[in-house]
Design a protein. Structure first.
Length: 151
């Protein structure tokens, strides 16, 4: 488990290998963002995108999934916000998405000594190194329990 004290400003972490498929793009978008460039391959091909692309909401969901299911679990209490969210390039069927997390700030809570705030810069890149998405996340993380509180 990774606690607040384990986050170090400047540290980076990379999570490789999320393959996004046309079927997943369409299925996600049919429910959450049913625009033609996400759900209709023919209309997407005729659009300025020249083919099917993933919804921005889908990319955020992939990033969250990658962060939550990585091997090292984080003692997260909750998310406090996303800042500077940018959709930079479209994600397309067959892209293999890599997430990079860089810790940019940490500070203990002023009001609750059992937690701290961590800010991370999150980026998603495809297999060609094109940056698809970037944002700053702010999360509330448990502090490491002292040996006397562990039972």
């Amino acid at each position: 488990m990774k606690y607040f004290e384990d986050f170090v400003v400047g540290e980076t972490e990379t999570i490789d290998g999320y393959l996004i498929t046309a079927e997943e793009i369409v299925t996600f978008a049919q429910k959450w963002d049913p625009q033609p460039m996400h759900v209709d391959p023919e209309m997407a091909q005729a659009s300025s995108f020249g083919g099917l692309i993933a919804s921005g909401a889908h990319l955020i969901a992939i990033a969250l999934h990658q962060l939550i299911t990585r091997p090292t679990r984080v003692a997260i209490i909750g998310a406090l916000g996303l800042d500077k969210l940018r959709f930079l390039e479209p994600a397309r069927p067959g892209d293999v998405i890599k997430l990079t997390r860089e810790c940019i700030e940490t500070h203990p809570s002023n009001s609750k000594p059992d937690r701290g705030v961590v800010r991370n810069k999150i980026t998603l890149n495809n297999q060609d190194g094109k940056q698809l998405l970037s944002y700053i996340d702010t999360i509330l993380v448990e502090r490491r329990p002292s040996p006397t509180t562990i039972q």
